[in-house]
Ligand binder design. Sequence first.
Ligand code: NDP
Length: 270
Amino acid sequence: MSDQYAVIGNPIAHSKSPLIHKMFAEQTGQDLSYEAILAPPDGFAATVARLQKEGYKGCNVTVPFKFEAFRLCGKLTGRARAAQAVNTLRFDAAEILGDNTDGIGLVTDIEQNLGCRLMFGNALLMGAGGAAHGVIRHLFDAGASVVIANRTMEKAEQLAAEFAGCGTVTADSYEALAGRQFDMVINATSGGLSDALPPLPGGIFKPGALAYDMMYGKETPFMKFAREQGAAKISDGLGMLVEQAAEAFFLWRGVRPDTRRVLEQLRRET
Ligand code: NDP
């Protein structure tokens, strides 16, 4: 039987992860299956336990379970420990290994696929959930300073406090952003899932700025706003999805797929 993997989330029907891992497996000759599993809000741990019992080798974790996944792990990679959120589980014989591949996925997409420089850039990171936790350290490591804005201000303040020693970071309310400009504005909220636009003031994009939405599969209200506001480059999160998936694939299989080919094919066909 093929080695089994899955992605667990809620909602999950929109996920392109099964297609991406199928493409990786075909490209690299790996014998595996990968499916999307919807877990009820209080059913994440039970779903993981079931997969382990059934002999799955690992899984990805998406909205809203990344913090719960972190707490389930017996062992963590350095980047998962830093993020305190986990998007990749590997079921080892003795324990669960947790990793977080979101940050490397985002930075690789911005720098290598989109050709934008993070070094010396000032970034507005919207959201303070699992995805924001996963990427913030990597933005610092790439040389960017970060302002965090979140609907629930306390969570933005908490995230900024957690990472205060790692780089230049502050937390601000959306209202306090009026009159300020950024080299890149990254939407790490799940607002796009319900067609919601974070309450951004106009004039937020510096000339040449990048507007990046981690959502993928459609033009989100944030991407539309960025177009209307004249952002120089606008991207959805499909490239990040492919790059973070490739890191998870490497953790599980020890093989690196050619992400550029997969991303090109996805952009052509979906
Ligand atoms: P979480 O549920 O952990 O966090 C959601 C965040 O979005 C919170 O900060 C929440 O604010 C904010 N939010 C939710 N609804 C709204 C709204 N209507 N207006 C403003 N803010 C809102 O989710 P994740 O962090 O795990 O994921 C966030 C998004 O990023 C998802 O859409 C996910 O699909 C995407 N993602 C994409 C990846 C990719 O590879 N392309 C990888 C990882 C994530 P509050 O604290 O106030 O509740």
